[in-house]
Design a protein. Sequence first.
Length: 121
Amino acid sequence: MAASEQPLTCASTPRLTVMLCRDCCCGSGTKHPATDHAAQRAAIEELATDEVRVRTVDCLDECDRSNVVLVRDHRLPRRERDTWIGGVLEPRLTESLCDWVENGGPLPAALRARQFRLVRR
Ligand code: FES
């Protein structure tokens, strides 16, 4: 790993940051009326610990993939640290996400199927 790819961390850097998108599309009862967005938000906010920071963020510019969750692993090099997951609309996906954040390991298959790579336009 090149020095420029080394993660920058300090004592207050959490292990993970979970960014839950909530804006025009993610969390929208109009766009996704069958999803309990409040329950999803509550479940994800419960993940917050000293090691896991949870943030609700404005539009991540991937609205066609809403609801979007970005999980950033601060221990990994910059190019590898972000896991983008779209289409998190069902309770089982939220539960799977929470289990993965809490327990680590490989990304569960249900989330892997919704994982995408960010391509900046
Ligand atoms: S509102 Fe979430 S990506 Fe736009």
